[in-house]
Design a protein around this ligand. Structure first.
Ligand code: ARG
Length: 441
């Protein structure tokens, strides 16, 4: 099959250039989106009279057959093709003949690849939000089941004040809910059609870009074609949101690693979610949490990689943009996989109330005691000093006792606090969060 530009450059590509410049092994993942975009483009070309009904039908039937094969898992038909767009068009030509040559009317691979990325990003964002929702629900189920189980809360990794397990887990749910808002914003940015921009400055033909936009269910049209073919903000927004998700997962992973040590013993990881050692027979290791913590490096690297590709690029399309896909796919796979693994890990955790109770010592009530003196009229600084003195030489404070801990929590049943009503209220509100990006769209 001659190259798409063989009119101008009839000699054919040097094989090394073909190998160096091809993106097919990476962008084949866009094949189904590419064909859906082409189907919408053809429908538009017919409505404006550029294609006859018969021509449109032939092209659409051909594309639909290719789409079925791709959805069924087909490998690229032509490994010599430069990219997924060329591979699809060449295969269509092989199957339906010359009429396939009308498909690319009024379109460039520049607006085509941008469209594919918009469609892919929408799906990836939906999948990411759905997995974040699955993790939030796993956390909520554990929070619900452990409202009466209390652990020592820490600052500076030193015992500070008592906190129910629920309250601790809910902190992560609220982190995920902010992630959800960021994903929703990225989704809004992705939900925009670049078709009609052509290579950069449109077409002389009477195209109707709004028609193809509608056909694809994208919310709005770009205002400016130069912007449309060169914009990758929506991908950077996704990668930034994914990085934030991974940072949250990494922090939770770190706590699970710590809590599952013999020294803490606050949680037991399910055997199916732990690994052993090849040498040390006794070991049970929290590898899933460690891998999540380690993999948070990836999405940040992907964000930095794509931002670096974008930095300093002049308008409009430049071939550098081909590099966007590897970062995008890698980040999407990482964040979806990590969210899913964390949901499984959390869902299968067993919390050890007795181990936590061993950490509930009298020092955790020192702040409450100082505040009790405030209620009696003492200035807080004086109360602080008076209670502080008592802990000067205490190395190993005794257990506070379950009643005292319960009382302490009840006294802190305030907004933001870990009291029982506050926790119940948080659970109820968190249950009403939506993880469907199409809600209210
Ligand atoms: N493979 C290219 C990419 O991913 C498609 C667009 C190519 N456009 C061009 N004028 N060479 O960006």
């Amino acid at each position: 099959m001659p190259d798409l530009w063989s009119g101008r450059l009839p000699g054919g590509l040097d094989p090394e250039v073909r190998r160096f410049s091809s993106s097919l092994d990476v962008d084949w993942r866009l094949a189904a989106y590419d064909i859906r975009g082409s189907l919408a483009h053809v429908a538009m070309l017919q409505t404006v009279g550029i294609l006859t009904e018969a021509e449109a039908r032939t092209i659409q039937d051909g594309l639909t057959a290719l789409l079925d094969e791709i959805v069924g898992g087909a490998a690229p038909w032509n490994l010599e093709a430069e990219d997924v767009h060329s591979a699809v068009e060449e295969e269509l030509t092989r199957r339906i003949g010359q009429v396939a040559g009308k498909l690319h009317t009024g379109r460039s691979r520049n607006d085509q690849v941008a469209l594919d990325l918009h469609l892919y990003a929408r799906d990836a964002l939906r999948a990411t939000a759905a997995e974040a929702g699955r993790l939030a629900h796993a956390l909520l189920a554990q929070a619900d089941a452990h409202q009466d189980v209390v652990l020592p809360g820490y600052t500076h990794m030193q015992r500070a004040q008592p906190v129910p397990v629920s309250h601790h887990l809910l902190a992560y749910v609220w982190m995920l809910s902010r992630d959800q808002e960021r994903l929703r914003q990225a989704y809004r940015s992705a939900d925009r059609s670049p078709l009609g921009a052509g290579a950069l400055a449109g077409s002389t033909l009477p195209l109707d870009p709004d028609r193809s936009r509608q056909e694809l269910g994208l919310a709005v049209l770009y205002e400016n074609g130069l912007d449309a073919v060169s914009d990758r903000d929506f991908l950077l927004e996704y990668l930034a949101a994914a990085t934030q998700v991974m940072l949250h997962l990494s922090r939770l992973a770190e706590e699970l690693v710590l809590w599952s040590t013999r020294e803490f013993g606050f949680v037991h990881i399910d055997d199916g979610w732990a690994t052993g050692s090849s040498m040390m027979p006794q070991k049970k290791n929290p590898d899933v949490a460690e891998l999540i913590r380690g993999r948070s490096a990836r999405t940040l690297a992907d964000f930095v990689g794509l931002a670096t590709v974008m930095k300093g690029l002049p308008l409009s399309y430049n071939r550098d943009l081909q590099e966007d896909k590897a970062y995008l796919f890698h980040a999407a796979d990482t964040v979806v996989g990590a969210l899913s693994a964390m949901a499984g890990l959390v869902g299968n955790l067993t919390f050890d109330a007795a181990a936590m109770a061993r950490g509930l010592t009298t020092e955790l009530l020192a702040t409450d005691e100082a505040e009790a003196l405030v209620v009696d009229g003492l200035p807080f600084r004086e109360a602080h000093a008076r209670i502080g003195v008592r802990f000067r030489d205490v190395q190993d404070p005794p257990a506070a006792g379950a009643d005292a801990i319960r009382k302490s929590l009840r006294l802190r049943d305030r907004p933001l606090g870990p009291g029982p009503d506050s926790v119940r209220d948080q659970i109820a509100r968190a249950r009403r969060l939506s993880w469907d990006l199409d809600d209210g769209r």
